[in-house]
Design a protein around this ligand. Structure first.
Ligand SMILES: [Mg+2]
Length: 227
């Protein structure tokens, strides 16, 4: 059962789940180039942009795929592979320059020494994450990139797979991330949600999205969660 003490620190937390890019790592993924290249492909494959309703690229690719498949399954497969190759190219380029945030590894260690489980979930590909953090398996209890889940966050499947892997319930866990997707996913799973200001999202936007806490960076989680 989670409660908070006199100082407002959270008690009874069993697991902390972190996003990766912008939360545990500094990664400058060129999302506008990624988007441009995927939309170029969509046009090349003859699909009108007006069919695209989704907001994020992974979901857009999944949206265009069945439209193409209806007329030509082979071209649908080719589109899907090429689009994912674009994502991976841009992610790997960023990973080569990427690094963990200062104090990130120490934070993961501290939490685990306090008996908490640590999970890392990301919409990024596994290869890019391992390029930045090769020892990731030594510092967390579970790591689930987009390669291992059919539906990525904010879809509930991603966090639910993590909670299952860690054998904890949402109400005893905290979701930490730099994007509103992380807050949305955490809230759906009934978790305490924490926004960090190391990405592009500002404090007010996190508050508006209903984040329970907003921290300067992920290392501050150790002060929020009681030993
Ligand atoms: Mg992020």
């Amino acid at each position: 059962m989670r409660t908070s003490d006199k100082e407002g620190r959270l008690c009874g937390i069993q697991a902390i789940i972190f996003d990766f890019d912008g939360t545990l790592a500094v990664l400058n993924i060129d999302f506008s180039q990624m988007r441009e290249r995927v939309f170029d492909l969509i046009r090349q494959f003859g699909v009108s942009e007006t069919f695209v309703m989704e907001r994020y690229l992974l979901e857009i690719i999944d949206e265009v795929f069945p439209i193409l498949r209806e007329h030509n399954p082979l071209s649908a497969k080719e589109f899907y592979e090429k689009a994912h190759q674009v994502l991976q190219d841009v992610e790997m380029r960023a990973a080569r320059e990427g690094k963990l945030i200062e104090g990130g590894v120490k934070t993961l260690n501290t939490l685990r020494q306090r008996g908490m489980k640590v999970g890392i979930i990301t919409r990024n590909c596994e290869e890019a994450v391992r390029k930045v953090f090769p020892e990731i398996d030594d510092y967390c209890d579970a790591f689930i990139s987009r390669d291992y889940v059919g539906n990525v966050k904010p879809h509930p499947d991603h966090l639910n797979s993590m909670l299952e892997a860690l054998k904890v319930s949402g109400k005893d866990s905290v979701m930490v991330g730099d994007h509103l997707i992380d807050i949305q996913a955490g809230k759906t799973a009934g978790m305490v949600t924490v926004g960090v200001l190391t990405g592009r999202i500002k404090r007010g936007e996190f508050e508006e999205a209903g984040a329970d806490y907003v921290l300067r960076d992920a290392t501050e989680i150790c002060d929020l969660v009681k030993e």
